[in-house]
Design a protein around this ligand. Sequence first.
Ligand code: MZP
Length: 501
Amino acid sequence: MAFYYKEPSHTFGEYLLIPGYSSTDCIPANVDLSTPLVKFKGGENPKLSLNIPMTSAIMQSVSDDKMAIALAKEGGVSFIFGSQSIKDQAAMVQRVKNYKSGFVSSDSNVKPTATLNEILELLEQTGHSTMAVTEDGKPTGKLLGIITSRDYRISRMTGKELAKDFMTPFEKLIYADADNTTLTKANDLLWEHKLNMLPLVDKKQRLRYMVFRKDYTDNKINPLELIDKKKRYIVGAGINTRDYAERVPALLKAGADVLCIDSSEGFSEWQKITLNYIHKNFGKDVKVGAGNVVDAEGFNFLAEAGADFIKVGIGGGSICITRETKGIGRGQATAVIDVCNARDEYYKNTGIYIPICSDGGIVHDYHMTLALAMGADFLMLGRYFARFDESPSDKVRINGTYYKEYWGEGSNRARNWQRYDLGGAKKLSFEEGVDSYVPYAGSLKDNVASTLAKVRSTMCNCGALNLPELRTKAKITLVSATSIVEGGSHDVILKDKFSID
Ligand code: MZP
């Protein structure tokens, strides 16, 4: 006879935290959100930690090099998606490791033949008011000039004028040598010449970087940035259980700091074989997360197989239809609670602490605090990060509102069959994910700051100044369906529903 669980499985929206005693030192500024990323022996320090408990999902529509840089600046880690060629994924990792803080590659570029109308359209799409005019319109093409809002006057122009006729030409620009200019020197030039942006070019006048005045202050306000010993940003990468023998060495060579097996279902021999191969051939110092599992049995299997962290969650992702198509999965909160209990038990028995990542299903910011209070060491988020400027997907305007595209790895668009592979033909036999839009939300930095302000505030309400304290002090209650209604605004008519003449 099948095994029946006594309780139904629940998700985050069905729980609330009950405040505990807060002393006067319990203020958000005193809250420490640092958390281990990989396993460690009790009493020792983990080899890798996060400064904030956030990682971005191993997905085409979420984690590329740009996302990785933006998130590492805030103290988290991106896992660059693995559903691309080994060469392309390694190049993304390398770009993160080569990134020089303050030196950015140009995102908005036009050819000299672009019209003012096309330039205005690009400005609306990207929000960038500085554009490079390069010979081939590419970010590293020969720099011919720069266009900013000072170069055109819309009311006096037709829109058909060509970039080359109204740009500030290269001969009139202040620029610097890309190979011999430090950030301090670049910043000095910005101030000395009262510039908003300094282009850095190579010997052949090809554009390499731009240094912006606004970033000068930015560099000073990333106190939590996550960097390695050589001051390069920490970055992760997704791998699969098929081509690890070739993919892993390429990613390590590119500089990946941590890897994670990306799979919809991790309680499988494929994961054990993969973990064994990597640790045997590349050493125990190569850190590899595994998953996803949803119960203690799955956790213990991956722990024994040598996983450095374990990811929890099946079917709860916003773009996931695994539960509908295959009838497997578990409410995310119940899964996290069960696995975290197993993690604590494992620690008691072995003295080894294996961090748990709650992956998917976060809808509201408070769900993050709940997942952490239930025992997760950090979170993996897809939908959350897909909404920001830094995600790789297109920003589109529909009926006057901006959205970003967001698609699942199990969708026909991503065709990441390795994520769902159970042996057999190399193809995605049926879809387990959808292709969708999410509301565009602006910059990662602003949103992460606002989310973490809420997390810190709730932690103070619970009397906790760090994550281990939150786990021990949190008081969590299930709520009835009616009290969920009570939790939102109710029995009032919201003013934004009215238009007053
Ligand atoms: P969410 O943050 O959008 O709710 O969920 C993101 C997570 O959903 C990912 O980290 C991954 O574990 C999972 N995912 C990605 N693609 C699919 C799919 O196509 C999926 N089914 O379930």
